[in-house]
Design a protein around this ligand. Structure first.
Ligand code: NOJ
Length: 526
């Protein structure tokens, strides 16, 4: 959940914890059993909260620490566990440590918690490395000395407002171990670990080699990371009930990815491989096969993710000629067929819901919200947009406040006498609201509610092994256990249902003889 855009309890136009608390019954009725909150901590929101000023305080725009504690308790009473987001790679420039480091000057112990370095070349004008930021541009920003002269540079893999911590420093390790305990002690059932493969840097700060071998990249996937997660796992395991670690690990090499999931490290990590694949049966089968294969030896739960607060909404992405996802390819004005994208997103939901492992649903995907691609440029806040020189639309298009009711100034996002939402909602979103979809048997919301209900009821979906069914090249089909099958048709003509099968749930109308049409998925009882 992106709390800033979920529900606004106090009417200031920004979502908050009071809003979430009031909407907990909605989440329970939807059928989720855990909620991951993107950062809710005190933050200048230079990167939507991933620039944390104080990990032990809630940003006043979202509420108070007491609100968070009450929210965690209320959610649990409805059977919903809470996963909090910990951002260990970097802090906000407003974090006390960074302010102290700036004030203390070069060579100080305060600066040793970060990566401060003199520049290269005459006058130190050239940054220490030519590393490229995940948000485009360079990764170093120069400081100014108290006398106004140019000073040292500091490292930030993301925006200049997010200085990277030095994970070779014992204070940094100790502090994060305490932050983990702080949130576990307040009832968090899990920790989502932001940018989990980036924390450790090669202290020699070399340039990135043209083709780095495993563990050779100076700031991605370094072998030293694993010790950090072993110590975190030990903390999670020290609690009597289950506490889990879920990593944000973007790595193309699946073998390296699963190293983070060894039994004494994280419990799970987001499976971005599946999310990045196009709507193509061969690609999806390959992703599923590899995912299951690599998770089995480490005994970790696979995860299935169609989107999150960083990527293009599924109904938009699947409506495009190129339905794969890559940050570098996001551009304004890409043509989209929303009707087709919606059919495919419905089928994709049934597909991931039938796979072994954990399914993540990003808020608003259950309403089939499209990416908002025409936000007025002056309202865009995402640094990815600015740092790309305005070429990348950024991620605000999937962060637009949710529509809850057909009418009202913010479509029920906030009270009717409240402020306008922090990002404007498209005019037709009243018809996509929770209210409009709740009673409509054909809506995306009804499909998600049914899907999650059947998923809970059918033991085969939790326990059954996966056996592939060969129904043609353009079909993704498999059995779960001996009694249940999922058939997803990505090809041209309809696909016949397995012999003697009865449909349990379908993403769209089946043919009169029970076949599965193009861009449709169905679950069958065998
Ligand atoms: C991944 C988060 O999901 C994203 O929103 C954020 O900008 C980066 N990490 C940096 O913290």
């Amino acid at each position: 959940m992106y709390p800033r855009s979920f529900a606004d309890g106090d009417g200031d136009g920004t979502g908050d914890l009071a809003g979430v608390r009031a909407r907990l019954p909605y989440l329970a009725a939807l059928g989720v059993d855990a909620v991951w909150f993107t950062p809710w901590y005190a933050s200048p929101l230079a990167d939507g909260g991933y620039d944390v000023a104080d990990y032990r305080a809630i940003d006043p725009r979202f509420g108070t620490l007491e609100d968070a504690e009450a929210l965690i308790r209320d959610a649990l009473a409805l059977g919903i566990r809470t996963i909090v987001d910990v951002v260990p790679n970097h802090v906000s420039v407003q974090h006390r440590w960074f302010q102290e480091a700036l004030a203390a000057g070069p060579g100080s112990p305060e600066r040793a918690r970060f990566w401060f370095r003199p520049g290269k070349g005459p006058g130190g004008d050239t940054p220490p490395t030519r590393w490229v930021s995940d948000f485009s541009g360079g990764t170093w920003t120069r400081t100014t000395n108290p006398d106004g002269t140019p000073g040292e540079w500091y490292l930030h893999l993301f925006s200049p407002e997010q200085p990277d911590l030095n994970w070779d420093h014992p204070d940094v390790r100790r502090e994060h171990e305490e932050i983990l305990r702080f949130w576990f002690d307040r009832g968090a059932a899990g920790i989502r670990i932001d940018s989990a493969a980036l924390l450790v840097k090669d202290p020699a700060l070399p340039e990135v080699p043209a083709t780095p071998g495993p563990g050779e990249h100076p700031h991605v996937d370094r072998d030293e990371l694993h010790d950090i997660y072993r110590s975190w796992r030990a903390i999670a395991s020290s609690y009597p009930d289950e506490r889990i670690l879920v990593g944000e690990v973007w790595l193309p090499d699946v073998e390296r990815f699963t190293r983070f999931l060894r039994p004494d490290e994280m419990h799970t990590a987001f499976n971005f491989d599946f999310m990045a694949r196009p709507w193509d049966a061969k690609e999806l089968r390959e992703s599923i096969r590899t995912t299951l294969e690599v998770h089995a030896p480490v005994g970790a739960t696979p995860t299935w993710v169609l989107s999150n607060h960083d990527v293009t909404r599924p109904v938009t992405r699947y409506g495009r000629a190129d339905s794969s996802f890559a940050f570098a390819r996001k551009r304004f004005g890409t043509p989209t067929d929303l009707a087709r994208g919606t059919r495919r997103a419905r089928a994709a939901a049934l597909l991931v819901g039938a796979l072994p492992g954990a399914m993540y649903v990003y808020q608003g995907d259950e309403l089939g919200l499209p990416e908002v691609e025409d936000l007025p440029r002056e309202l865009i806040e995402d640094p990815m947009h600015f740092r790309s020189g305005g070429v990348d639309p950024g991620r605000d298009g999937c962060r637009v406040p949710l529509p809850w009711t057909r009418t009202g100034v913010s479509l029920g996002f906030g009270p009717d006498d409240g402020a306008a939402p922090w990002l404007p909602q498209p005019a037709d979103w009243g018809e996509r609201s929770v209210e409009a979809q709740s009673e409509d048997p054909a809506s995306m919301l009804t499909l998600y509610r049914e899907l999650l209900r059947v998923r809970r009821e059918q033991a085969a979906l939790a326990e059954g092994d996966l056996q592939w069914l060969d129904l043609g090249d353009d079909v993704v089909a498999f059995r779960r256990g001996s009694r249940l099958a999922c058939v997803v048709n990505l090809g041209g003509g309809a696909v016949a249902a397995p012999a003697g099968a009865t449909a349990l749930l379908a993403s769209g109308p089946l043919t009169p003889d029970g076949g599965v049409p193009t861009d449709t998925a169905a679950w069958f009882r065998l």
